[in-house]
Design a protein around this ligand. Structure first.
Ligand code: ZN
Length: 87
């Protein structure tokens, strides 16, 4: 699956699932409507197969859900820490 960030234009050729605890079995494949964090710019996007880039900007309601989701908060925190180490 190749996607392009709706905000920064970075091309992504892979995605990893985030989960709490251990995951048994194959890694889930993203579906339309799932949220994803761009590792290049740290913005959240929504998988959308009906768009040219495969990702779209979250709606305001989706953005609120992402901000309130504990796993999304932890993922964004991890991204910020990794970015800080690279600078
Ligand atoms: Zn981006």
């Amino acid at each position: 699956m190749i996607t392009r960030c709706w905000l920064c234009g970075a091309v992504h050729t892979a995605a990893s699932a985030i989960a709490e605890g251990s995951v048994i079995g194959p890694e889930p494949v993203p579906s339309d409507g799932d949220s994803t964090l761009c590792v290049s710019c740290g913005s959240w996007g929504i998988f959308a197969a009906n768009t040219i880039d495969g990702l779209r900007e979250p709606t305001p309601a989706e953005a609120r859900q992402i901000r309130r989701n504990k796993l999304c908060q932890l993922t964004a925190e991890a991204w910020l820490q990794v970015r800080a180490r690279k600078q």
